[in-house]
Design a protein around this ligand. Structure first.
Ligand SMILES: [Zn+2]
Length: 100
């Protein structure tokens, strides 16, 4: 896919929104969620792929920005990383699945 100016701009905005979401997490959790929501909408609209690292930063289910030791827990089982959202209890598994 060609990287257009619009996509690049959307990417930058997504990064910025994640930064804001992190900053607001302790003070205004609702606003923090809103920033994540806007970032996800932008990603869909402009078909900007979020990196693995970015996907780990929010809860797919409730949309909360996740911060380790604050509202998320991380467990590692073998090569699998499980990020749990304390707010809604959703667990996201990332990494390579164990070989069968
Ligand atoms: Zn959640």
């Amino acid at each position: 896919m060609k990287h257009t100016k619009a996509t690049q701009l959307a990417e930058e905005r997504i990064h910025r929104l994640f930064e804001l979401a992190e900053q607001e997490l302790g003070k205004k959790p609702e606003r923090s969620k809103r920033y994540v929501h806007i970032a996800r909408e932008l990603s869909k609209k402009h078909r900007v792929r979020m990196s693995r690292e970015m996907k780990k930063k929010f809860c797919k289910k409730c949309g909360a920005y996740l911060k380790k030791g604050k509202n998320s827990e991380t467990k590692t089982i073998g090569t699998l990383t499980i990020v749990k959202c304390i707010e809604c209890g959703f667990e996201r598994k990332t990494g390579d699945k164990p070989k069968q």
